[in-house]
Design a binder for this molecule. Structure first.
Ligand code: SF4
Length: 311
């Protein structure tokens, strides 16, 4: 997900005239894409900041050189917000996962010597119209982000607080991106989302003038959600169906799914389409029903085992 976010942020900056360098000593702006999923991931960033502070100070000592700016992007920016700049004075810009479009404006503010922060979470942002610029050229595989955020609120997880509410990209924009990748010779696409199979494109209904479709959400047997049952829109099975038809020779994968969103139609589609890879990531999280309840996962050990055995 962070690789894809980096590609989105890079696409936005490239459109505003920024150039990329692989030599950090040449960079006038260093942006660090961060993760908050575990303490270790954040500690790595703090260590990296020690190194960047050193580089920045060296640059400052050279009166002829352009001062270096340091930016923190992603989940750590969202979690710590202004605390980041209070704790680490070398940081110039803090940008949450839903604010990458604002990067050029924030970097312009920074040019005048101020610190810039935008960590607003959005109910709509999916970066649907931004074509990510692939970080490595001539790759055989690519990530395609299809949805962002998560509404599940598992008790141990920070994602709903750093990535915000669940929202999905319109099917058409995803199919278009996959078509484009196929034209570029990409052979494998991984559909990405925090809760990828909970995908729901409601834009189609709105465009057609129907704001609510009565189709009930179909969950795997024995699974429930902590949120009110959602209705309408195109679901993950519809998306998989469309994407898998773009190029029969292109392999389709997806990550990360939640076991509740494996209704029969998704499973039948995986069985019937030869280019949808026959591998299912089914996060169990725990084998104890009591602990699963404490984690607020919405299923029991028995329901999970039944889903696996297909009974
Ligand atoms: S479903 Fe996944 S991303 Fe969402 S709250 Fe639970 S563990 Fe976090």
């Amino acid at each position: 997900m962070n690789v894809n976010d980096t590609e989105v942020a890079w696409s936005i900056l490239q459109a505003h005239g920024y150039q990329r360098t692989n030599n950090i000593r040449e960079a006038d702006v260093v942006l660090v894409m961060t993760c908050s999923i575990r303490e270790g991931a954040e500690q790595k960033i703090w260590n990296k900041l020690d190194y960047l502070r050193g580089l920045k100070n060296k640059r400052l000592a050279n009166k002829k050189a352009t001062p270096m700016k340091i930016g923190i992007l992603g989940c750590m920016a969202e979690r710590l917000k202004k605390k980041l700049v209070e704790k680490e004075k070398s940081i110039d810009v803090v940008v949450g996962p839903d604010s990458y479009r604002d990067l050029p404006r924030l970097l312009a503010i920074v040019e005048s010597g101020e610190t810039a922060v935008n960590v607003l979470l959005s109910m709509e942002e999916t970066y649907a119209d931004i074509v990510p610029v692939r970080l490595s050229e001539n790759r055989q595989s690519a990530f395609v982000s299809v949805m962002r955020g998560c509404d599940n609120m598992c008790t141990y997880c920070i994602v709903p607080f750093t990535r915000g509410r669940e929202r999905s990209r319109p099917v058409e924009s995803i199919v278009e991106e996959v078509r484009h990748l196929s034209g570029e010779g990409v052979k494998e696409v991984t559909l990405l989302g925090q809760n990828v199979n909970s995908y729901r494109d409601t834009s189609v209904m709105q465009h057609a003038g129907f704001f609510e479709d009565e189709r009930q959400t179909s969950l795997a047997k024995g699974f429930k959600t902590v949120y009110k049952t959602k209705k309408g829109g195109l679901r993950f099975a519809d998306l998989l169906d469309r994407v898998s038809q773009v190029d029969p020779d292109m392999r389709i994968r997806f990550t990360s799914p939640h076991p509740k969103d494996f209704p029969d139609e998704v499973l039948y589609l995986i069985r019937d389409r030869s280019n949808i890879c026959n591998s299912i990531h089914l996060p169990a999280q725990c084998g104890s029903t009591r602990v699963l309840e404490l984690m607020r996962r919405g299923y029991t050990r028995e329901a999970y085992c039944e889903l696996v055995s297909g009974s």
